[in-house]
Design a protein around this ligand. Sequence first.
Ligand SMILES: [Mg+2]
Length: 224
Amino acid sequence: MFDWSKIHTVLLDMDGTLLDLHFDNHFWLEHLPKRYAEHAQISQSEAADFLKSRYQQVEGTISWYCLDYWAEQINMPIRELKQEVQHLISLRADAHDFLIALKQSGRKIVLVTNAHPDSLSLKIERTQLDKYFDELISTHQFGATKESQLLWQRLQQHVGFKNEHTLFVDDSISILDSAKTYGIKHLLAIANPDSKQPIREVTDYPAITDYSVLLNSIKSQPFV
Ligand SMILES: [Mg+2]
């Protein structure tokens, strides 16, 4: 799938790529509508429709990922509400061995998430994901999301990766498109980000449903 000898740096998305996206989908599409319905005294389906239209207005922008934005928009304590369902935060079953293999191979491993720093810390607390990484980056620190070319410029200045020696893994096709436009050479999609949803068909990028298919090549092809 890849010539691993050329890959020096691995940039990894978090939600849906290393963590089961079921938590986020459940929170935004079920738990928050339920709690908002109670708060606004409307039906749960009205709450779901209302929130969905609000989500669509800011999808892919920094606001969409910003907990303060949502807390302010709908006047609810988003951080506390997330904690109510935090037991659903979990590492994908195949992620541990993949991350260990990457780490042992000596490559630089950087988490690059659009998640708000507070969402990131809640997830680190629950999963200890930080132990696998050289650096954890919330794109909020650069004021731009992965959908934007500006983020890739700022990220490259900060991390110092070379496009032709970098692998980027994400479950979002529009984000992979953005990385491709910037020139990141090696791209990989996750076809099953949410364990409770069917596998998606990915046609534009190499895609996997289980990291174990990569383990042999990571171990047998050191980077040069
Ligand atoms: Mg993701």
